[in-house]
Design a binder for this molecule. Structure first.
Ligand SMILES: Cc1cc2nc3c(=O)[nH]c(=O)nc-3n(C[C@H](O)[C@H](O)[C@H](O)COP(=O)(O)OP(=O)(O)OC[C@H]3O[C@@H](n4cnc5c(N)ncnc54)[C@H](O)[C@@H]3O)c2cc1C
Length: 332
């Protein structure tokens, strides 16, 4: 990392007036990088109606919050947001720029890296400092291999952070100073025009933010049996997850799929019911804090990552589990 440029600029994506989870989580990553270099964390928010989000971020252990607020930036547009961030990077000269690895933010870091002829690492799950350089850790082959990546071609480094990889920062007692600035983007920097926006009405399933996920696999046997998974999720105040075969069989909608081609989740508790533990599924839930697996096959791979494994028939185990949970709830 360059000696003079030590700060970390962290772009915090905002959705419905709130920072998205990974927007807060990447501040923990930013803090550890900045502390290791003796630098500062500069959190950047772009858009309008950001007051609540700014308050939250200012109390998240950052050194400064930079707010670019303009009604023109209400709708996320790659060209404009990239240009705004480019101008902020030229102005604040950070050593590292972080964004979330979300569908919206994922394009920002590589575009910016190209503009600064710098290196960019995508989908980072952790980072460490070795001999003054940053080693970024990413996954390969559905999480079965960890790759260490070091950017050597430039002092300025870009990275996108995988949701659920870092914990959110503790709320700090003092709020960081907030700087509101306006950044004009020249008309010729914007190459796309949004003519119309259409909101697709589909089932909203917030698996990514769920604290408890109860997921069912093919081992549930049928759509009818799968209702037990939904009942357990509801009893625990959790969200229902599913494997791909369950989606393909139409037992539940695609919005519930966890895994490589589904959603990445990191709840406090993940209960896997009748799930074998294929890498394509496991890659979406390994960062769960506590994993309970129920499977009738004692050699099922899911048991290798489970904190608690129950060898048994889901149709017998789940009703007993629910009965016990109900008892505990009534006693409490
Ligand atoms: C490119 C690609 C992307 C993919 N993306 C995803 C993805 O995003 N998410 C995903 O989940 N999969 C994905 N898959 C599919 C993945 O490879 C597996 O096929 C899938 O995860 C297996 O789902 P399963 O565990 O429900 O089924 P199975 O592998 O068939 O396992 C069922 C399990 O249930 C157990 N069982 C059966 N009956 C009972 C019972 N009565 N009680 C208890 N246990 C029982 C069995 O012992 C078995 O272990 C992808 C595959 C490819 C090729």
């Amino acid at each position: 990392m360059d000696r003079e440029h030590k700060d970390v600029l962290a772009y915090v994506e905002v959705s419905d007036g709130k920072p998205v989870n990974v927007g807060l989580e990447l501040l923990t990553c930013a803090r550890s990088i900045a502390d290791g270099a003796g630098g500062k964390v500069l959190a950047v928010l772009i858009g309008s109606g950001l007051d609540a989000a700014v308050k939250k971020v200012a109390a998240s252990g950052v050194d400064r919050v930079i707010v670019v607020t303009d009604p023109a930036y209400t709708v996320f547009r790659q060209d404009e947001y990239t240009s705004v961030l480019e101008r902020l990077i030229r102005r604040y000269e950070p050593a590292v720029v972080l964004t979330g690895n979300t569908p919206l933010s994922i394009g920002l870091a590589p575009r910016l890296a190209a503009r600064f002829q710098s290196g960019c690492v995508a989908d980072v799950t952790s980072v460490r400092r070795e001999n003054g350089s940053l080693t970024w850790v990413t996954t390969r082959y559905c999480g079965t291999v960890l790759a260490n990546e070091v950017i050597t071609n430039s002092a300025l480094q870009f990275a996108t952070v995988r949701p659920g990889s870092f914990s959110k920062p503790e709320a700090s007692e003092t709020a960081a100073p907030v700087e509101k600035i306006s950044v004009a983007v020249p008309a010729d920097a914007v190459r796309t025009k949004i003519r119309d926006t259409v909101q697709k009405i589909s089932e909203t399933v917030n698996l990514e933010d769920a604290d408890v996920v109860v997921a069912g696999g093919r081992g549930m046997g049928s759509a009818e049996n799968f209702k037990l998974v939904e009942k357990l999720a509801s009893l625990l105040g959790g969200v229902v997850g599913a494997t791909r075969p369950v989606i393909e069989d139409g037992w539940i909608s695609r919005a519930h799929q966890v895994g490589q081609s589904g959603k990445i989740v990191s709840p406090s508790l993940y209960i896997a019911c009748g799930i074998s533990g294929a890498t394509q599924h496991v890659t979406g839930m390994t960062s769960s804090r506590f994993i309970v697996a129920i499977n009738k096959d004692e050699d099922a791979p899911i048991f290798e990552i489970a904190n608690v494994g129950v060898v048994g028939d889901v149709m017998k185990v789940l009703p007993v589990m629910m009965e016990e949970i109900r008892k505990i709830k009534t006693e409490a």
